[in-house]
Design a protein around this ligand. Structure first.
Ligand code: SF4
Length: 360
């Protein structure tokens, strides 16, 4: 089974911290041309009888597209691939760009999971992040989604924001949990080069305060019955993101759309960040890597998961026993060993990049 990622690169306004590929656009004609271009790209795979069990509409802001256009897109996808009956079909949404009618239309089009970019329950923080919604609108959006028939609802939270304290994090976590979302993705704000934030000389919590906030938030969410199943992701039992699990388990997926990445038939490739070329149907694929080192890839991606890696699987992919020995020597503050499984502890999650680069 393959996953399908579809990138919708449009936003109403650019958030000053964001370095995802998206352009400010609100023109329906462009949205229609883009969906046509997506289906043209999907055509390239259609003779392969590919079976799809997860579809993820990410962005950008996919919820800028109305329900009719999303139906056209998903109908086209169903005509080109064999989408399983119980496929997980997710859309990312901004609380300010949805209402009950749109959400009902999405549900009828087949979408069964929605992920809201809520980020915080504090309006001052939302403003500083340049978000278009306030927390009241976020609450209404989640309520309307539930009314429209969504049960599988995710929310994003950001921590380590300017001037944020542990008690601000506590309030956001409590407020967002109270909305009853089944999944929470939590991100540490990072100032990326070439974003307006990079020019702003911001005072952010230092590494120690950030670590404290992260561990505190993780403890709180676990206390509320969420399982910390990936470095940045928490879910109620059975509500893990099936699509994102494919990335972390190093399974294959196809990415459609400008800037989308794919890992299919053993190769990794991506589409160039060139919307005009994509809209004109030009071939924009770039091959990233043909001969992937599967054991390294598995180790790097699966150590993000609380289930960690199966050392047997790692070795069967051609792994190196010395790397496993090195991992065991790191010690139980950061590494857990359970039978043949090896994973990171909560503190290990915080320094996962350092651990992984030390191993490889
Ligand atoms: S809405 Fe999301 S994708 Fe768009 S600019 Fe903001 S953070 Fe980036």
């Amino acid at each position: 089974m393959t996953g399908l990622y579809i990138h919708i690169p449009f936003c109403k306004r650019k958030c000053p911290y964001c370095d995802f590929y998206s352009v400010v656009e609100n023109d329906d004609t462009i949205f229609h041309r883009y969906v046509n271009a997506l289906l043209l790209e999907a055509d390239k795979y259609k003779d392969k009888r590919i079976e799809i069990d997860t579809v993820y509409l990410g962005g950008g802001t996919p919820s800028l597209m109305d329900e009719k256009l999303i139906l056209t897109l998903l109908t086209g996808i169903n005509e080109r691939y064999k989408v399983c009956d119980n496929a997980e079909i997710t859309i990312e949404a901004n609380p300010s760009s949805v209402d009950f009618n749109k959400l009902s239309g999405y549900r009828k089009a087949g979408i069964n999971r929605i992920s809201f970019g809520i980020q915080s329950s504090c309006d001052r923080e939302l403003q500083a992040l340049g978000r278009l919604h306030n927390f009241d609108e976020a609450k209404k959006a989640v309520f309307s989604a539930r009314q429209a028939g969504f049960e599988n609802i995710s929310a994003d939270i950001m921590i380590a924001l300017m001037g944020q304290t542990k008690s601000d994090v506590k309030k956001s976590v409590e407020d967002i949990v109270e909305l009853g979302t089944t999944h929470i993705s939590s991100y540490i704000l990072k100032v990326e080069d070439n974003t307006p934030y990079a020019e702003m000389n911001l005072t952010l919590p230092d590494d120690d305060d950030t670590a404290e906030m992260y561990l505190y938030m993780s403890d709180m969410l676990k206390g509320f019955g969420y399982r910390h199943y990936e470095i940045s992701n928490f879910s109620k039992p059975g509500y893990e993101s099936r699509h994102n699990l494919k990335y972390w388990r190093a399974e294959e997926y196809i990415g459609l759309g400008v800037s989308a990445h794919s890992y299919f038939n053993g190769s990794r490739y991506y589409n160039k960040k060139d919307l005009a070329a994509y809209l004109s149907g030009e071939s924009v694929k770039v091959i990233e890597e043909k001969n992937i080192n599967k054991s390294e890839e598995y180790l790097m991606l699966s150590l993000r998961l609380s289930e960690g890696i199966s050392t047997n699987k790692y070795m069967s992919l051609g792994g190196n026993a010395e790397i496993l020995d090195k991992a065991r020597e790191i010690g139980n503050r950061f590494i857990k060993i359970n039978g043949e499984r090896l994973s990171l502890t909560e503190e290990g999650f915080l320094v996962s990049n350092e651990i992984i680069s030390r191993l490889l």
